[in-house]
Write a protein that binds this ligand. Structure first.
Ligand SMILES: [Zn+2]
Length: 52
């Protein structure tokens, strides 16, 4: 089962493990939403993960 996080901008981060998805969405936020990077915790990101 894969996991994904949908960003509010339409970007989708996918991965096999939670760690991967979180790393990908963090990379995306670093380039596209740097202001969110510090506001969102790993705990929040975990809550956004969907099983696909
Ligand atoms: Zn985004």
């Amino acid at each position: 089962m894969a996991k994904q996080i949908n960003c509010e901008c339409g970007y989708v981060a996918r991965g096999e493990r939670e760690d991967e998805v979180i790393a990908r969405i963090r990379d995306h936020m670093r380039s596209d939403h740097p202001e969110l990077l510090e506001q969102v915790s790993d705990e929040d990101l975990r809550g956004w993960i969907e099983e696909t």
